[in-house]
Design a binder for this molecule. Structure first.
Ligand code: BES
Ligand code: MN
Ligand code: ZN
Length: 510
């Protein structure tokens, strides 16, 4: 995408001129010259009831009275509710409504009256990300040879104060990687099985500048990774583990480290039928998206490499398909993980924590100093927080605070949940070290504590993104629908908080 500048909204040349407004800040007042050029059309629409309600749009043809062909007034909602999430979502929903194909050139206006709640640079970055993400479509498999949805080619910033160009370039990288994660989540399990995901990760990761290693089924068996192989052996398409390395993240060994090594471990269950403890038929198709954590890790690592962040990060994708077959693991089985800890398979549908257990152990063997796991892990997360915010637990205040700050800056919402010791006994097993499933009470929390067992004492963060990975609740109107690419922007922002300031750049907070 290209960037352009214009002195003011009324001078911006584009197919679409977007005028952001707030509930209570009318477009006719904020953009009087545009209103005048349109012969008072903005004021008339406001009189008829158009306010700046969240993601509300008013689209008018300029009939040649402005250099812009069409004008879109876009509501950002209430001043006191503005944050980065609201900006990202309003802009993406607005630009998506600009029609198909999307306008090749979009101008975005700035007015000082939007501040201080709306920050000009944050708005420009949100618009950059939204313009790229508006390209996303779920309709990838329709016959008739329709061309892929065309994206916005140029974004013109009209009337903006100086916005640091690296901030816009960074947003572009983040959005392209988030788009890739959305496409992976949207891809049917028939096409995206562990080996196919690993091949994509290799291609995509190498192109970004990452070192990529794929551990195949035999390697996983030899390493003693009995949990990921137990899940994966249910499928005719065997499991894989992908290791993505950036900076001086080592290929082997537990040598002494001068700098932190951040490990990001993602759940990549390419399809989750539930296994022998099979899921109900209704909505099972959404389980093609049970690899959203791994997609977020691939996107984040690729962006970190493209942005050349001065930080050491290792990404681990735990790829398996959870199927029903003669070779499937069964309830009552006990498996031995790479860490040596044993897991009783109470429920074969609690497969995410099993593939992740071995992935987290692998991160520890590579010398990680901080371990973060991200997974579409539990229905409990959906019940508690829905698609609006991911569930987060951590056992190190500084690490967790960095993540919370990264969430606010990136727009990927997180909500912290407790790690009270009372919860821990719930995952004890009478036969093995841990049970993979127990009571429903506090399920998202106790599942998080299961993951903690595999961080082996290192500072740890757990993100359960079961619902935020795919916006599908129609009643929640303030978010773009479909696969979200949740986590890419969040994890890059977190990695930036580990990077040395010199190379972090002015733009990293945007
Ligand atoms: N992949 C699911 C969780 C999920 C549910 C993700 C809905 C996205 C949307 C996970 O593997 C699962 O089945 N979890 C079970 C665990 C239970 C059997 C202990 C759950 O949460 O019900
Ligand atoms: Mn499951
Ligand atoms: Zn699952």
């Amino acid at each position: 995408m290209n960037f352009g500048r214009a002195a003011a909204a009324e001078g911006a040349q584009a197919q679409l001129l977007v005028l952001p407004v707030l509930d209570g800040l009318a477009a006719s007042v904020a953009y009087p010259q545009v209103n005048e050029a349109l012969a008072g059309a903005l004021a008339r629409a406001e009189k008829r009831g158009f306010a700046g309600r969240f993601a509300a749009t008013l689209v008018l043809d300029s009939l040649g009275t402005l250099p812009a062909e069409r004008v879109m007034v876009l509501g950002l909602g209430k001043r006191q509710e503005i944050d980065r999430t609201r900006l990202n979502n309003a802009l993406e929903m607005g630009i998506r409504q600009a029609g198909s194909p999307l306008p090749a050139k979009v101008a975005l206006a700035w007015m000082a009256e939007l501040g201080p709640e709306v920050d000009a640079q944050a708005l420009a970055c949100a618009a950059t990300e939204a313009a790229i993400l508006a390209e996303f479509t779920e309709a990838t498999h329709k016959s008739g040879g329709k061309k892929p949805r065309r994206g916005v080619g140029t974004l013109v910033l009209a009337g903006f104060p100086r916005v640091a160009p690296p901030a816009l370039d960074r947003s572009q990288v983040l959005a392209v990687e988030t788009l890739h994660a959305r496409r992976l989540v949207n891809t049917p399990g028939l096409e995206l099985f562990p080996e196919a995901f690993a091949a994509d990760a290799r291609r995509h990761g190498v192109a970004a500048g990452l070192k990529v290693e794929v551990l195949d089924h035999r390697r996983l068996q030899r390493l003693g990774y009995g949990a990921i192989t137990a899940v994966g052996m249910s499928s005719s398409r065997p499991p894989r583990m992908v290791v993505l390395r950036h900076g001086s993240a080592p290929a082997r060994g537990r040598g002494k480290r001068a700098r932190p090594l951040l490990a990001l471990v993602g759940k990549g269950v390419t399809f989750d039928s539930g296994g022998i403890s099979i899921k109900p038929a209704a909505e099972m198709g959404y389980m093609k998206g049970d690899m959203g954590g791994a997609a977020a890790v691939l996107g984040a690592l690729s962006a970190i490499a493209r942005l050349k962040l001065d930080v050491d990060v290792v990404g681990i994708l735990c790829l398996a398909e959870n199927m029903v077959s003669a070779t499937a693991m069964r309830p009552g089985d006990v498996v031995r993980t790479g860490s040596g800890k044993t897991i009783e398979v109470v429920n074969t549908d609690a497969e995410g924590r099993m593939v992740m257990a071995d992935g987290m152990h692998h991160a520890v063997t590579l010398g990680a100093t901080h371990v973060l796991d991200i997974a579409t892990l539990t229905g409990g997360q959906r019940v508690a927080l829905g698609q609006v915010a991911a569930h987060v637990q951590g056992d190190n205040e500084e690490f967790t605070n960095r993540l919370v700050a990264a969430a606010a800056a990136s727009g990927d919402r997180v909500w912290q949940m407790p790690i009270y010791p009372e919860y821990r006994a719930v995952i004890d097993s009478p036969i093995a070290d841990l049970a993979n499933s127990t009571v429903r009470d506090g399920m998202a929390i106790t599942s998080g504590l299961f993951m903690r067992e595999f961080a082996e004492g290192l500072p740890w963060i757990h993100i359960d993104m079961a619902a935020p990975g795919w916006n599908r609740v129609a009643a929640i109107r303030d978010m773009p629908k479909g696969p979200t690419g949740y986590g890419v922007r969040l994890l890059v922002n977190l990695a930036e908080r580990f990077a040395t300031p010199a190379r972090r750049g002015r733009s990293s907070q945007s």
